[in-house]
Design a protein. Structure first.
Length: 67
C-alpha cells in the first residue's frame, strides 16, 4: 500500500479504501495520511473512532504485515 498525503493544509484527511475491502463485506478499512500521522478507520462508520499511528510505526506494521 502506498500512502499519499492529502493535499492542502492537512486539516481534512483524504481517505483511501483498502483494495481488500468490498462494499458489502465486513472488512472495510480506510487509511489517511496527514503530516506525521497515519489514520485508520472503519469505512462503514466514517464518523466513528479512528486509530492514529506515527509514520515510523505504520511503516513497521506494513513491513511485518506484508511478509
Amino acid at each position: 500500500m502506498t500512502l499519499k498525503t492529502s493535499a492542502g493544509d492537512g486539516s481534512t484527511p483524504e481517505w483511501f479504501k483498502s483494495s481488500y475491502s468490498s462494499n458489502d463485506g465486513p472488512e472495510c478499512v480506510e487509511v489517511a495520511a496527514v503530516p506525521g500521522v497515519v489514520r485508520v478507520r472503519d469505512s462503514k462508520d466514517a464518523h466513528g473512532p479512528q486509530l492514529a499511528f506515527g509514520v515510523d510505526a505504520w511503516s513497521d506494521f506494513l513491513a511485518r504485515a506484508t511478509r
